[in-house]
Design a protein around this ligand. Structure first.
Ligand code: ACO
Length: 429
């Protein structure tokens, strides 16, 4: 592979260095392009644009490969825990036992939110979407922990990381409790992260929650599968907001907003709504396959397709298996939505439209069915995704602010508006 390529522009030859990643992904370094030629590149949707170098997550979308810090997602989902994976993503290596204990302890100590923040929950209307509550509450943490921004101090860095990962779970659980008119359930000091999450969601003073190890294992798996996915929409948002040196809570709050949309994390809610619609309509899937193919319709098969995966999303393969196991475990394997999902997947995979465009089920296609079986309501699905994605957002933010080439993110544009013209007074318009 050449060290650089030559580009001829307006008669001038310039050299663009070639950058090669550890997995042999190739890029042209255009960082001096504008300075030397006055040209910029234009790439709507950033389909061909690398925004950074990163050592966190590797995806090969053609082969269906996903690895965190080099470790295949299949191994992590099978053998690890969410807390261990969070440490791996953020610090680059699997923790040794003492490091894992220290990290887990910090998560426990940091898991309360300021008591005054509890009153915020009463201010939201009854039907408020939990993602609206989550994003504003996460942003509000910066009002309570405003001294958290000495990120060059390793202890301070450890603390702010623990606070973000621990408090997002507490905020999610409190907003879930509030939406059902139930008392807040505080985190327990002796429960690990995922067991604590389930307990905070489902424990009632009158009906204690008995922790189901199968549900805990599944929750670990789901959060691991969502924990990072390199430069996706929400992670790029976290990086961009963080690049202005806004605090971590503000950057995460922005990431939550980016995740909310149905083309990104909001797809898990949209999938269930789509399956419910098909169910109500008699359960036949062909009409919906045809609608998804019809260019005059704005209907898309939610949970299908991915910007990067042009093959099976490896997370979807793991989730599909986990989904069947859990539904059998709780005796819900006759869930009509599961049957519709399977029929829809089979019909889409057999259809040329989807085959030609390499559209396969993504991570969100089956996750909603599992959350439903866990008795988590549909509007909480994207919140679950946000809890899982928080370590990934943090890992990218940390990598960015510690990089020697750190600078504010600021894309350029090609202006297509009117050329210079005079202001016209209102009386003459
Ligand atoms: N249903 C029907 N057609 C689709 C779908 C779909 N779900 N996804 C893509 N296509 C078609 C497009 O219409 C387009 O067809 P054309 O070439 O004839 O115009 C072609 O496939 C390429 O699609 P793009 O929209 O250009 O692909 P892009 O990479 O921009 O979008 C995205 C990827 C947003 C995920 C898209 O596939 C989609 O909308 N999927 C449904 C929403 C979803 O499941 N999102 C979750 C993604 S995973 C995550 O964020 C966690």
């Amino acid at each position: 592979m050449p060290q650089s390529v030559e580009l001829k522009l307006n008669g001038t030859m310039i050299e663009l260095p070639v950058i090669e990643g550890t997995e042999h992904e190739m890029a042209l370094d255009i960082s001096k392009l504008r300075a030397k030629t006055k040209f910029i590149t234009l790439d709507p949707g950033y389909v061909n644009t690398g925004s950074c170098k990163s050592a966190i997550t590797f995806i090969d979308g053609d082969k269906g490969i996903l690895r965190y810090r080099g470790i295949p997602i299949e191994q992590l989902a099978e053998s690890s825990t969410f807390v261990e994976v969070a440490y791996l993503l953020i610090h680059g290596e699997l923790p040794r036992p003492k490091q894992l204990t220290g990290f887990s302890q910090r998560l426990t100590w940091a898991s309360m939110i300021h008591e005054d923040m509890k009153t915020f929950f009463s201010g939201y209307p009854a039907g408020a979407h939990p993602m609206a509550i989550l994003s504003s509450m996460m942003g509000s943490l910066s009002a309570y922990y405003s001294g958290d921004d000495d990120y060059k101090n390793p202890k301070q860095m450890d603390l702010v990381i623990a606070r973000a990962i621990a408090k997002i779970r507490t905020i999610a659980a409190f907003s879930f409790n509030k939406s059902r008119g139930l008392p807040f359930v505080y985190p327990e000091a002796d429960l690990p992260y995922c067991a604590n999450l389930l307990n905070m969601f489902f424990h009632k003073p009158t009906r204690p929650y008995h922790i189901d190890p199968e549900a805990v294992r599944l929750m670990n798996q789901l959060l691991i599968l969502h924990a990072d996915h390199e430069q996706n929409c929400s992670t790029s948002t976290v990086r961009l907001v963080g690049s202005s040196e806004a605090n971590l809570y503000a950057a995460i709050s922005a990431g939550i907003c980016a995740l909310w949309g149905r083309l990104h994390g909001g797809a898990n809610q949209a999938v269930i709504e789509m399956l419910q619609r098909i169910h109500k309509d008699g359960g036949g899937v062909q009409k919906y396959i045809d609608m998804a193919k019809d260019k005059n319709s704005d209907f898309r098969l939610m949970g299908f397709g991915h910007r990067v995966y042009k093959n099976f999303d490896p997370r979807a393969t793991i989730i599909k298996k986990a989904c069947r196991r859990y539904l059998e475990h709780v005796g819900a394997d006759d869930d009509p939505l599961l049957n519709i999902a399977i029929k829809l997947e089979d019909a889409a995979l057999a259809d040329d439209y989807f085959a030609e465009r390499k559209l396969y089920p993504n991570v969100d296609f089956y996750s909603g069915i599992i959350y439903r079986a866990m008795k988590i309501p549909t509007n909480m699905f994207t919140v679950m995704f946000a809890i899982g994605r928080t370590p990934g957002w943090i890992a990218h933010w940390k990598e960015m602010i510690e990089a020697p080439e750190f600078r504010i993110g600021r894309p350029r544009q090609i202006y297509t508006g009117p050329v210079e013209r005079d202001y016209v007074p209102i009386s003459e318009r």
